[in-house]
Design a binder for this molecule. Structure first.
Ligand code: HEC
Length: 89
């Protein structure tokens, strides 16, 4: 068990696994968006924000994006965010 408040380094490999399961349908393989209105992470769109702000948005949901609160843990979402930050080409 982890000490409360322990700060873990994000796991990009785990983030990729979660992305491919929960996000790829809309945000596309490698962040090449599959929807006209979803940001292209491959172009770094919407990623010029701190992790904690992205975390809050992903938990809350936005427009057609569902809320992931209760579906993914904060650490899992932070892993996905770390993966998103590797996609820009
Ligand atoms: C049902 C489709 C759908 C799924 C599934 C989805 N998204 Fe999104 N996402 C969107 C759309 C559409 C937007 C753009 C919302 C807007 O601003 O109009 C968006 C926006 C975002 C943004 C930008 C938020 C901002 O600040 O504007 C991030 C980051 C994001 N999604 C991450 C994720 C992650 C991570 C997952 C998987 C855990 C995910 N999304 C799953 C459709 C989806």
């Amino acid at each position: 068990m982890l000490a409360p408040g322990a700060v873990l380094a994000a796991d990009v490999i785990e983030g990729q696994r979660i992305y491919n399961q929960h996000c790829i349908g809309c945000h596309g393989p490698g962040g090449h968006s599959a929807l006209p209105n979803a940001p292209h992470f491959s172009r770094g769109e919407r990623l010029m924000q701190p992790d904690m702000l992205l975390l809050a948005t992903i938990k809350a949901g936005k427009m057609t994006m569902p809320s992931f609160n209760g579906i993914l843990r904060d650490q899992q979402i932070l892993d996905v965010i770390a993966y998103l930050r590797t996609l820009q080409r």
